[in-house]
Design a protein around this ligand. Sequence first.
Ligand code: ATP
Ligand code: MG
Length: 386
Amino acid sequence: MLPLITGSALIATDRGINLSLWHDIIDSLTDAIIVLSPAMEPQAVNPAAKTMLGVSQVSAATVADLVHQNDWLGRMVGACLDSGQGLGDMEAVLTAGPRELAVRAEVSPLLNTEGRPGGGVIILLHDLSHEKGAAEAATTGDLNLRLSPAGLAHEVKNPLTGIKGAAELMARMFPDDPRAQQYCGVILDGVNRIASLVEQVLMVSGPQRLAREPVNIHMVLHQAMRMAGLYPQPPDGVVVVQDFDPSLPDVIGDADALERTFLNLIKNAVEAIDLSGTIRLHTRIEREFRTTAEGRRRRFLRVEVSDSGPGIPEDQLAQLFTPFFTTKPAGTGLGLVLCQRIIALHGGRLWAQRGGVDRTKAAGASKDGMTFKVTLPMMPPEKPPQ
Ligand SMILES: Nc1ncnc2c1ncn2[C@@H]1O[C@H](COP(=O)(O)OP(=O)(O)OP(=O)(O)O)[C@@H](O)[C@H]1O
Ligand SMILES: [Mg+2]
């Protein structure tokens, strides 16, 4: 059971653990943690929980829906609140909105400074889809209903390696036979495409371990632009507008994962304008701040990626972040899902808005095109020396 006690007690401990470190630890966990008051109000929620539930904020209504959709979880929470005893190791299918996910759940009482229950409950949810998918397929054969994308990805990966190796060997056996070379090429192209799809699925649904280091967001954007072929020189016909606030402090996070995220967004913009149009990258400090459950003020920076492409119809806006939604012949429809997951794991938010940049007015707003908006928590300013 999770031995959590309330924050004030932690600051007072002579083990030197401070609240900020404790906060970072909880935020870094890949297991979802949701702390509820006795009245079932959310008190603290880590980014992994928001990702698992597919929401950017967890409100009392989110909790009510969750408990309504998962009566087993409601029963565990009720029993824990009534008895003050923890309940652990319950394996179940968690329904979160339209998604179903195999999880292992633990519910523990939130202890007060005297070590007594009464302060609410801590729900810990461990995503089992990785382990579960394959095991369940073996016992039930019920691929459609139970097999998670991660389970399927694992199942597909092994035979793929064998097919790829055999096709490469065969191509080497018949170096002078053009038809053999052509057939082997078709096999290898197909295998590579499936392999990259599988990688994407694993990245979206598997556990992510992210670094937590100071990251300069402009270096990340330049690197992503370089990988997308826009920096230092964009191709003819493409105008890149960099509207950066150079005074932005670092964010705390994983530079590689953030580069992948912005590469995905920039690649989508490049594909949308189809080699003719404007892409605008804009950074600034977010005016609003958020107050954490512990009363800390968190400040955010904002990055916007806009383009002058055709945009998307209003009715498709809600589908953008749905796995496998794509309008491209060779698209996986997982790019934006992965971006949203990585940003949520950083404690930020990613959303889309219709309307981008007007090519004729360079940086001016336009009804056409799209804008993808990202917020990320900034590094707190250094404390002045005492
Ligand atoms: N900048 C944009 N302008 C217009 N439509 C967009 C834009 N970005 C995303 N979309 C729409 O959202 C869909 C999903 O995007 P996502 O990045 O998740 O997958 P994809 O680009 O189709 O595939 P992949 O990322 O694997 O190449 C796209 O197919 C496209 O219809
Ligand atoms: Mg994409």
